[in-house]
Design a protein around this ligand. Structure first.
Ligand SMILES: [Zn+2]
Length: 455
């Protein structure tokens, strides 16, 4: 995901806004605008001091992830024949090492020492058929995409060959059974049931293979000749969270108490959008299970932190920034969001009911930087407190998050940096590693695509 400062020049933007047709159109719209000083003061009064007690609640290590994607034509002469790439990078930082990175306790980080962390980063890549590409004898792109997803999630990507494949993780977070009720190829109704042993089966009607990974429904937006870029974005989002589940499960199955000492930082909200959105509930359930275990053992909870650099909530926070006292915090409950951020006329009973598994907060640090972070809902699922509005009320009760709020604030305080706005060091490092849109990394991938596909 690009950082705000990295976006291309916006030269054409103001011309467009000055166009009389656009101006007239905007006059009949309502949208997020800068609050007046009085309004801003009133909103700022809703903020409270962020938890800030000693000793700091910091993990021993931080795992940050970031993803990039690129959809590239395999040949300049065939611009509509495309391959999709995803690259997800993880950077693991041990706190003891990191403290040695900082120059004299400031927020400036020694670039040579950072480069050493980079060399330890491990990117995971996925190559998917885009428009006009057929994989392994399939007769259309959609089925090619399904098989390719199955194959790639079945790969063991652990350096030592141990651990779980993403396919095994998927089955495990669906409690061991995945059920699909219609054939994704021919749409005939029929129950396809999968478990850890059986992850594909044949449709009796069309004789095509149905895969457990079809539960993600990513193939639904795939067409033979259309632009499949948006589906790659969906896949990037889903796979990044699936990888999070994979890390958590792998450690949990083996040495669960270690998770009390790890923080995971995700780039973006704790949410999964579009066709694979159902996965969000599984992440919520898994994280809850882990934290119940840790609390039961008298240990601190595992911090999973979503950091959002862009989006409506971040825009709102930026507009409000100068009115917020340093060191202040606000849990963004649905009422706040509807009133000040999205301006919904008839808001849903529970914001993000089908997509979000984490609660957003706006935090202005003691040094004056504004962050939009999220931590997981502390409930097994969304039926808590009767679901809907009841759930919305429960998730807005900050006391339910326990020490996780302070853990989140402490992590941000520890890693905030001057280099990018609203970024913390681990995410910035993962980001630099994941970028494939920037030369020469993108070039390497282009070349790879062109040389490994048989034409
Ligand atoms: Zn079928």
């Amino acid at each position: 995901m690009p950082y705000p400062r990295e976006q291309a020049g916006k030269g054409g933007h103001s011309d467009f806004i000055r166009n009389p047709d656009v101006k007239q159109f905007l006059e009949s719209c309502s949208y997020l605008r800068e609050p007046s000083d009085r309004e801003a003061e009133a909103i700022a009064a809703l903020y409270q001091p962020a938890p800030n007690s000693e000793p700091r609640m910091l993990p021993r290590s931080v795992v940050a992830s970031d993803a990039s994607k690129s959809d590239s034509p395999i040949n300049d002469k065939l611009p509509s024949t495309q391959v999709g790439f995803l690259k997800i990078s993880h950077v693991m930082i041990k706190m003891d090492d990191y403290d040695g990175l900082r120059e004299q306790r400031g927020s400036v980080v020694n670039p040579y020492k950072v480069a050493a962390i980079h060399r330890g980063a491990a990117p995971i890549t996925f190559t998917m058929p885009g428009s006009n590409i057929k994989y392994k004898g399939n007769d259309n792109v959609k089925d090619s995409f399904r098989q390719s997803l199955y194959d790639q999630l079945s790969l063991n990507r652990n350096a030592n060959g141990g651990g779980l494949t993403l396919l095994q993780v998927l089955v495990e977070i669906f409690d061991g059974t995945i059920e699909i009720k219609t054939c994704p190829a021919c749409k005939t109704a029929g129950l396809f049931s999968f478990d850890s042993k059986r992850t594909s089966s044949e449709c009796a009607t069309c004789r095509k293979t149905v895969y457990a990974t079809d539960i993600l429904r990513l193939h639904e937006g795939i067409s033979d000749f259309g632009d499949n870029a948006s589906m790659m974005t969906r896949m990037m989002n889903a796979v990044e969270h699936l990888l999070l589940a994979s890390f958590i499960l792998t450690v949990f199955n083996d040495t669960p108490n270690v998770l009390a000492e790890v923080a995971f930082v995700m780039d973006g909200p704790l949410a999964i959008f579009g066709e694979p959105a159902k996965l969000h509930g599984r992440l919520q359930g898994l994280i809850h299970k882990v934290n119940q275990h840790l609390s039961g053992s008298g240990l601190p909870q595992m911090l999973v932190l979503g950091l959002q650099k862009t989006g409506g909530l971040m825009d709102h926070a930026k507009l409000l920034e100068r009115h917020l006292p340093n060191g202040s915090l606000r849990l963004v409950d649905d009422e706040y969001r509807n009133k000040y951020v999205v301006g919904a006329e008839s808001p849903a009973d529970n914001f993000g009911n089908e997509t979000y598994y984490g609660q957003d907060f706006i935090f202005r640090t003691e040094r004056g930087r504004v962050f939009n972070f999220a931590i997981p809902y502390p409930f097994a699922d969304k039926t808590f407190n009767g679901g809907g509005k009841g759930f919305a009320n429960a998730k807005a009760d900050q006391s339910r998050y326990g020490d996780l709020v302070q853990q989140a604030c402490d992590l941000i305080r520890h890693f905030e940096m001057d280099l990018y706005e609203s970024a913390i060091v681990p995410v910035a490092l993962a980001h630099r590693h994941a970028s494939i849109s920037i030369m020469p990394g993108g070039k390497v991938l282009d070349i790879l695509a062109r040389t490994t596909i048989r034409r």
